[in-house]
Design a binder for this molecule. Sequence first.
Ligand SMILES: N[C@@H](CCC(=O)N[C@@H](CS)C(=O)NCC(=O)O)C(=O)O
Length: 207
Amino acid sequence: MALRIWGRLSSVNVQKVVWCADELGLAYERIDAGGKFGGNDTPRYLAMNPNGLVPVIEDDGFVMAESNAIVRYLAARHLATGLWPEDPRARAEVDRWMEWQSTEYTPAMRDIFWQLIRVAPDKRDARAIEASRARSEKLSGILDGLLAGRPWVAGESFTLADIVIGCAAHRWLRLPVERESRPSLERWYAALKSRPASHQVTSLALS
Ligand SMILES: N[C@@H](CCC(=O)N[C@@H](CS)C(=O)NCC(=O)O)C(=O)O
């Protein structure tokens, strides 16, 4: 198998890579690693990624870590200029929102996700949950406003930005909390769900 993806599917960062590979129609082997599976602290794994985090890919001997860099690499390697456009301004718009996902949106929901899904009810930190909920709600409002004016995150067509933000939005929309109504975000998420390549991610329960 030319492409190997290391990482458990419950990781939002692994989800991006799997979804991207499915959009590209690639054959790959995914190996569970990280979380309850472990295996990401072995010398072999740390040689691939000294941070000991998932995902990592091996592609015919080429090793790569960092989920957003991986999906850009896969799109470039397979000449998927629809997913990651060549035009500098179109590409910058995709990259801008990919940065927003990794530096704003996913970090905002980290505490609420962790507390509600992975921490026992009697051990939860209510203040951390509320701060994370409020920030995630605010950023979801920004995303909703963006999607009120365009069908996809970066404009008129589906790109890598939809994949990486789609993984984060899936998490947000599945959390057991009250959310404000976001019609444009929900319309976009329904469009994402209808893409067969999204199914490994959009059919996942949070864990
Ligand atoms: N910036 C990295 C972050 C990777 C990351 O934080 N991965 C988490 C899972 S989402 C991880 O490996 N956690 C440790 C574990 O699963 O054992 C990326 O985008 O790939």
